[in-house]
Design a protein around this ligand. Structure first.
Ligand code: 6PG
Length: 228
C-alpha cells in the first residue's frame, strides 16, 4: 500500500511540475527502501509518466563504481532505468568511481549549472529521502551534523561504522527543495520517526530532524511498522 501511494503521489507531482515547467528535477535516495517504489513505478507507470521530461539526480552516492552492489545508481538502474525508457541525458549520476573530493566539487557544479538557483542554492522540485536507524538522512550522519549547514552544495561524508566514503547533498540544498518526501518502512525506524515527529527524547541529535524545507513542504510516507 505505501509504495502504491507514494508512486501515485510521484506521478501526480511529475504531471503537475512538467505541465508548469516542461520538466521536473528530482533527487532520489539509495539504500533498500526506494527499491520497491522503483518497481511499482516500472510496473504500473511505465506509460503513465512523461519520463522524457523527468531528470534524475541523487541525494547521495557511495564512492564505488556503478557496477558495485553498493551503488545507488546501480540499484536504480536495475529496478527502474532498465525497465522504463528514460533518456540517458536525463540521468545525472554521481560518479562514485571518482576521487571523492573531486566528485563533490564536480557534482556541485552540475547542480548549479542545471537547476534553478533559489536562496543561493540549487532548487529541486522533488527530494526523496530515506532515514537510517540512527536518524541519518542522505549521507548526513549523527557524527557529521556540520553537513546540515555547510555552504557547499555537495560534500564528502564517511559512513560511521564502515568508513565508506560517500558524496552527499548538504542540508541547505535538501531544505531548499520545493517538496521533500521521507519514505520510511520497517519497525527499526519507528522509534526515530516517533521521536522526530513528536519532538521528544533529544530528537535534534538526529540529522533527519533538521530537514525542514525553507519554503517547500515536508511529507512523511510511513508503512505500518515505521508508524508504530
Ligand atoms: C543511502 C541512502 C540513505 C538511506 C538510508 C535508509 O545511500 O543509503 O541515501 O540515506 O536513505 O540509509 O536506507 P534503507 O532504505 O536501506 O533503510
Amino acid at each position: 500500500m505505501l509504495y502504491k501511494a507514494m508512486a501515485a503521489e510521484f506521478k501526480k507531482i511529475c504531471d503537475e511540475v512538467i505541465s508548469k515547467k516542461g520538466k521536473i528535477n528530482i533527487a532520489i535516495s539509495g539504500g533498500n527502501t526506494p527499491k520497491l517504489l522503483f518497481e511499482v513505478l516500472a510496473e504500473n507507470y511505465k506509460n503513465k509518466i512523461d519520463w522524457m521530461n523527468v531528470n534524475f539526480y541523487w541525494v547521495d552516492e557511495r564512492c564505488v563504481p556503478p557496477a558495485d552492489p553498493e551503488s545507488n545508481f546501480g540499484m536504480t538502474h536495475k529496478n527502474l532505468f532498465s525497465k522504463v525508457k528514460i533518456p540517458e541525458d536525463n540521468v545525472y549520476r554521481i560518479l562514485g568511481e571518482n576521487d571523492p573530493k573531486d566528485e563533490a566539487v564536480r557534482y556541485s557544479e552540475v547542480l548549479k549549472n542545471n537547476l534553478e538557483i533559489k536562496n543561493n542554492f540549487p532548487e529541486f522540485d522533488l527530494m526523496l529521502l530515506g532515514i537510517g536507524d540512527d536518524g541519518h538522512t542522505a549521507s548526513i550522519f549523527p557524527d557529521q551534523m556540520k553537513l546540515l549547514n555547510s555552504q557547499d552544495v555537495c560534500a564528502v561524508a564517511t559512513h560511521p561504522s564502515s568508513g565508506q566514503k560517500r558524496i552527499t547533498l548538504t542540508g541547505r540544498v535538501i531544505n531548499n527543495s520545493k517538496r521533500v518526501y521521507f519514505l520510511v518502512t520497517g519497525k527499526s525506524k519507528s522509534e526515530v520517526v516517533k521521536d522526530i515527529l513528536e519532538k521528544k527524547n533529544d530528537y535534534l541529535k538526529y540529522p533527519a530532524a533538521h530537514i525542514k524545507p525553507t519554503d517547500g513542504d515536508l511529507n512523511w510516507y510511513l508503512d505500518k511498522e515505521a508508524a508504530l
